[in-house]
Design a protein around this ligand. Structure first.
Ligand SMILES: NC(=O)c1ccc[n+]([C@@H]2O[C@H](COP(=O)([O-])OP(=O)(O)OC[C@H]3O[C@@H](n4cnc5c(N)ncnc54)[C@H](O)[C@@H]3O)[C@@H](O)[C@H]2O)c1
Length: 318
């Protein structure tokens, strides 16, 4: 838990998948949260989605009912940006990945927010200096990139800009830890940040194997989920390899296997565009593999995710 003060109110701007997830997470901790969306339909959807996703956390044993209901009593849909942002100590932006739209939004937020409000962007990969380019006070701004769904996956990437103050980073870390998140800090901005780059490189290889006819989508997904990803959930790739060659650790691992890896690296796909016919083939293969309805598939995924999180928490030693 944090030693710092908790926010009196959080404002979430943009009530899509990610905004609703942030709002559900804050409400599940009993924090007052106000949501604003530029579209009336978006706001209407949030009024259903946020309570649904917040209460789902109780069923998934990720939150307690009393706190959730207290948080939901203070969950509000704002009719304007001003109404959402005023009195908020933390503004979370979650509008689409469009740099100009984000710049304009933060310019407007700055005009109505209090002086000491923290601003974070949910961007998945845009340089923070670009996201906050139109803000006069960039010292209180940084990217806090969640993973989907934000109310379940604990990792959040913090990506400060050159002008972000250390105190803003610390404050974001405190808030996120109070929400049970695990913030990681990038030492310098890089396109796609760290998580996006890892996901993009693994996914390109996965797509390539499917499109080349090496393996079907369902077996490929199993190969990742029950193969490297299962191991990586217990120990990241470097620790995994450090433990993979006896007691001598990574030195021996490199002696034994670097040559093989170098051979494979030389053959990995390097394409950076998926042509329309390849997109069609990929969509067809995925839809053939997963015929269920999306909400049901998502619910089952969330059940597995919370079971994994529970197991990890129970076995945590540090
Ligand atoms: N979807 C993911 O898996 C994921 C994961 C991590 C981060 N992100 C990032 O989070 C952000 C939001 O993604 P999403 O998937 O929730 O998008 P989305 O399209 O589902 O939702 C965006 C919402 O923002 C609203 N909006 C658009 N312009 C607005 C404005 N100026 N003011 C207020 N509301 C506005 C839209 O009406 C919409 O409801 C993006 O930057 C995205 O890259 C997405």
């Amino acid at each position: 838990m944090t030693g710092g003060a908790l926010p009196r109110k959080v404002a979430v701007v943009g009530a899509g998948d990610i905004g609703c997830g942030w709002a559900a997470l804050c409400a599940s901790a009993g924090w007052p949260v106000s949501v604003f969306d530029a579209s009336a339909r978006g706001l209407e959807r949030a009024s259903q989605e946020v309570p649904r996703r917040t209460r789902a956390l109780v069923a998934l044993e990720r939150a307690t009912q009393g706190i959730v209901e207290r948080g939901l009593l203070e969950f509000a849909q704002a009719r304007s940006l001003l109404q959402a942002v005023q009195d908020a100590d933390w503004v979370i932006e979650a509008i689409p990945e469009d740099v100009i739209a984000k710049q304009k939004l933060f310019e407007s937020i700055e005009q109505v927010a209090a002086n000491d409000t923290l601003f974070t962007s949910s961007s998945s990969g845009i340089a923070p200096a670009d996201v906050f380019a139109r803000c006069r006070r960039q010292d209180r701004c940084l990217v806090a990139h969640p993973l989907n769904p934000p109310e379940l996956v604990p990792l959040v990437e913090l990506v400060p800009a050159a002008r972000t103050a250390t105190s803003a980073i610390t404050r974001a870390q405190d808030y996120l830890r109070s929400l049970g998140r695990m913030p990681i800090l990038l030492k310098k901005p890089i396109a796609g940040y760290v998580v996006g780059r890892i996901a993009a490189s693994v996914w390109r290889q996965c797509i390539d194997l499917v499109l080349q006819g090496v393996i079907d989508v369902d077996d490929l997904d199993r190969a990742v989920s029950l193969g490297p990803a299962l191991g990586w959930a217990a120990a990241g790739p470097h620790l995994t390899y450090h433990l993979a060659a006896g007691d001598e650790g990574v030195t021996v691992f490199l002696q034994q296997l670097l040559g093989s890896f170098e051979g494979w690296w030389a053959q990995l796909p390097t394409w950076h565009k998926l042509e329309p016919e390849q997109q069609r083939a990929l969509i067809q293969s995925i839809e053939r593999a997963y015929r269920g309805k999306i909400p049901e598939l998502r619910e089952a995924r969330d059940r597995r995710l919370s079971a994994i999180l529970r197991a990890l928490e129970q076995s945590r030693t540090t």
